[in-house]
Design a protein around this ligand. Sequence first.
Ligand SMILES: *Cc1c(COP(=O)(O)O)cnc(C)c1O
Length: 455
Amino acid sequence: MNDAPKISNLAAIDAAHHLHPFSDMKQLNAKGTRIIERAEGVFIYDSTGKRYLDAFAGLWCVNVGYGRTSIAEAARRQMEELPYYNSFFGTTTPPATLLAQKIASHTGGKLNRIFFTNSGSEATDTWFRIARVYWKALGKPEKTEVIARKNGYHGSTVAGASLGGMKLMHEQGNLPIEGVHHIGQPYWYAEGGDLTPDEFGLKVARELEAKIDELGEDRVAAFVAEPIQGAGGVIIPPDTYWPKIARICKARNILLVSDEVICGFGRLGSWFGYQHFGIEPDLAPIAKGLSSGYLPIGGVMVSDRVADVMVNELGEFYHGFTYSGHPVCAAAALENIRIIEDEGLVERVRDDIGPYFAAAWKSLEDHEVVGQAESVGLMGAVQLAADKATRRRYSKPDDIGTLVRNHCVENGVILRATGDRMLASPALTISRSEVDQVVEKLRHALDHLRDTVTA
Ligand SMILES: *Cc1c(COP(=O)(O)O)cnc(C)c1O
């Protein structure tokens, strides 16, 4: 336990000195920040002693749950032995090398090399550069354009925010940068019109073909997407979508990049999201669940196709971070993966708690304000609807999402809202009764929406 004296005016200090990510600081300072002090299992505790069931695993990342002393031990041991050394000049450290091997062992055969970063955003910048140097090394320096999706999320660096399809992020930074293009997202509920989900999946996948034709196949380096869009609202693509996308990338000879930052490390009941959808990416950024958030670490998993060129043709790749493969973070990630393996958490999500969660979550579809309640593994979304029959949505989606979220939080369950979609992404260790609590609290919040807002 932390014996430091309790500081009573932290909120005031925070307002005076701390600029928060993705926050309206004026609003936040007026309201005051919530101070989270400790956590155990799936529960977090704030400075008033109030307990919350964190159905969002921090920020999609605490896959093994809170309070894992063995990860702290692994980090401490490594910090005492060797707190830092780099991997730039012909050196490495045991945890970095062993972590690369460990990750590769779960990729299913063809992604055998890892380039380490400190975050998902840096992983995005890294594969973006790898995709371009790959084609250049193959004598195709004009293959530089990258296609991504509207409402995708790939991080907050300049490349990350550019590749992401978030309008508000673009507006604040004169983004996207040159060479980045966006196509539509497979969001059937909002954009599918009269098409069946499967028809719509094919339609939006064909936008990739059209965009490649428009730009010219010889100019396109890569297409990137999350297996399931996370921050965009847990948008689960129709079954037809991914196979068609994979065929297009193959036929047109462009690299397929699967952003595994959320979907990796068990979230969908597979080690990686691309395995769930049965596709084979050429590059795959990872972060979040790699260390369950205990320490910051990310990376890019690189296929043999790309790695062979990097290793044999490229010469030096002028790219790297001081902390690429940081030994303490790598040691924590190794212990995190050991836990996932030894406790069979991937299989648990696939065969046990995932199906249980799916059924409990789906039961919300009988609610008057729920248009759809879908999930894969432990990643779920509830689509709010003003009129279920016509798929009509509330006129102020952000407001009603916030209303439902706040109701949940006040009642001790942390969920997230993206617009009018309520999102859950709990630790892979969540119990059945904890799933029941989440669904019950969300149902109460939905009642509150129905009773207070006229559709
Ligand atoms: C969170 C996230 C990122 C960015 O990761 P950071 O560690 O926040 O930089 C990239 N891609 C996806 C899909 C994410 O969810």
